[in-house]
Ligand binder design. Structure first.
Ligand SMILES: Nc1ncnc2c1ncn2[C@@H]1O[C@H](COP(=O)(O)OP(=O)(O)O)[C@@H](O)[C@H]1O
Ligand SMILES: [Mg+2]
Length: 261
């Protein structure tokens, strides 16, 4: 990353955000400056509030205090529909396809939010040219796809909307190493086209190795925001996670202590 990145306004700015569920406060003044056209990986122990941060950015949870800006535009407490229209695609953790529908039908439904419906079939054709697997499986019931193929379908469906920012929560869970690489290479290709990617990953080392920036979240607060290589080399990381009340690395898949130590 060149130093002049600093002068660019961030694609997404999270400032002092407080949010939670009912009486529980999960995000405790979270901050983030997410660089445009870069991949930023959010890491942190289980329960740190990573998924909550994404839900809050996407308008699924009310912001109790603080602000969220997309570029210069304030999207604090806007509806998910508005935030989607502003160019944000959110791909939650787990399976988010319609399993009983065909691959093509899944893509068509993903395009429902498009303003120019007329172009939908052309856009789907273009996606299928880019992802031959989707063309091969176009008329297949989506439930028959492998976990990795389903995740690719979700990413492709999101791409139909020409997002500026993609929020993707733990895409690699349950995927074979090969599919993880494939999903990551698609994210890199998107980044290379100028799309901003904010990613949550438990496999911190692998994710940071392919990221431009990293953000360490602990107990709903941002502890570190830095270039990914610096975070990988940061001795504080292990300490942070040891202080996060995690079980020893061997027993918890969510533990980063063993991975980064
Ligand atoms: N829908 C919910 N209702 C109540 N509490 C929740 C809900 N979702 C998550 N939480 C709690 O919020 C905290 C943060 O969760 P989450 O954002 O999913 O963490 P992470 O993604 O970093 O593992 C956890 O203590 C979790 O139990
Ligand atoms: Mg989570």
């Amino acid at each position: 990353m060149s130093a002049d990145m600093d002068t660019h306004s961030p694609a997404l700015t999270v400032e002092g955000v407080v949010a939670g569920y009912g009486k529980m406060t999960i995000l405790n003044g979270t901050t983030a400056k997410v660089r445009a056209g870069a991949i930023t990986t959010v890491i942190g122990p289980n329960g740190a509030g990573k998924s909550t941060l994404f839900k809050t950015i996407f308008g699924l949870l009310p912001v109790r205090s603080g602000t969220i800006k997309l570029g210069e535009r304030d999207i604090t407490n806007h509806s998910p529909r508005n935030i989607l229209d502003a160019g944000v695609v959110y791909i939650p953790q787990g399976r988010n396809i319609f399993p009983e529908l065909s691959v093509r039908h899944n893509l068509e439904l993903g395009g429902v939010a498009l303003s120019e419906q007329a172009n939908l079939s052309q856009r789907i054709d273009a996606l299928m040219a880019q992802f031959p697997m989707l063309r091969e499986k176009a008329d297949t019931q989506a439930s028959t796809l492998s976990g990795g193929q389903q995740k690719l379908l979700e990413v492709a469906r999101g791409m139909l909307l020409d997002p500026k920012l993609v929020l993707i929560d733990e895409p690699s869970i349950g995927l074979s190493p090969l599919m993880v690489q494939e999903v990551f290479s698609i994210l890199k290709a998107l980044r290379d086209k100028g799309v901003t990617i904010l990613l949550i990953e438990q496999n911190a080392k692998m994710a940071l190795q392919m990221s431009d920036y990293g953000l360490v979240l602990e107990q709903g607060q941002t502890r570190i925001e830095d270039a990914a290589p610096s975070i990988l080399a940061d001795a504080r990381i292990a300490q942070l996670f040891l202080g996060g009340g995690l079980a020893p690395a061997a027993s918890a898949s969510g533990s980063l202590t063993g991975i980064l130590a």
